[in-house]
Ligand binder design. Structure first.
Ligand SMILES: O=C(O)c1cc(=O)[nH]c(=O)n1[C@@H]1O[C@H](COP(=O)(O)O)[C@@H](O)[C@H]1O
Length: 232
């Protein structure tokens, strides 16, 4: 079972250091826009030097040439996983995959399908899509697979459908994890760690439930246990 990925949504290295110092084991952490854009690539080197694996989550979405060139830079960083937006299109994803894998052949490149903050109602009214949310996620997952990517980001609610459409080897990396499904924040498609296990997610991504807990180490252990066992 893959370790839960912890989203280090902090603004400074001091906060990251204070958080990571609490843990005795090497973690799989996610560095997103908040941390990377305020601290630059050095943050990656510092976290790698502490022994942690990194998902660099910058969700690139631009014309193919721009994303391809940016991915060359990200490919040179020592990260284990990174991502683009599938909505950037097939030529963009193909260029991203070529550029990233040229420099980091063992790295994992995934594409965001529909953000977990997007509800079906919002997708249909704002994106003017006539598809259901499941259909849209599967559509983008198939495009990402055909473009040569390793997997997608979605809610665990779509993991089984993605595996059915794209094969079990195609990775489902799933945020929107909460200890209870009645949580009311900016996430729309929310699932518990044990339900994500049963829905067949390959990875879960968890931020605030761990980073804002009174005891982050105990909360991480609780989430890891529920994720691995499938029990509440
Ligand atoms: O690509 C992502 O990681 C991502 C995609 C998505 O659809 N939804 C989503 O929440 N994320 C990220 O996953 C993390 C979830 O954090 P929490 O909502 O605090 O658990 C955040 O860092 C988001 O940027």
């Amino acid at each position: 079972m893959n370790r839960p990925i912890i989203a280090l949504d902090f603004g400074t290295m001091a906060e990251v250091q204070q958080f990571l110092d609490k843990f005795e084991e090497p973690l799989f952490v996610k560095v997103g826009m908040e941390l990377y854009l305020q601290n630059g690539p050095n943050i990656i080197r510092e976290i790698r030097a502490m022994g942690h694996d990194i998902f660099l989550d910058l969700k690139l979405h631009d014309i193919p040439n721009t994303v391809g060139r940016a991915m060359e830079g990200l490919g040179r960083l020592d990260v284990q996983m990174t991502n683009v937006h599938a909505q950037g299109g097939t030529p963009m994803m193909k260029r991203a995959a070529e550029s990233f894998k040229d420099h980091n052949p063992d790295g994992t490149l995934i594409a965001v399908t529909q953000l977990t903050s997007t509800s079906e109602e919002m997708m249909q009214s704002e994106q003017k899509s006539s598809l259901t949310l499941d259909e849209s996620v599967i559509h983008y997952a198939q495009l990402a697979k055909d473009a040569g990517l390793d997997g997608v980001v979605s809610s665990p609610l779509e993991s089984a459908l993605i595996h059915e459409a794209c094969g079990t080897g195609f990775l489902t990396v799933t945020p929107g994890i909460r200890l209870t499904e009645d949580s009311t924040d900016d996430q729309s498609r929310v699932v518990t760690p044990s339900k994500a296990h049963h829905l067949g997610s390959d990875y879960i991504v968890v931020g605030r439930p761990v980073t804002q807990a009174d005891d982050p180490v105990a909360r991480y252990a609780q989430i890891k246990e529920q994720w691995e066992s499938g029990e509440e």
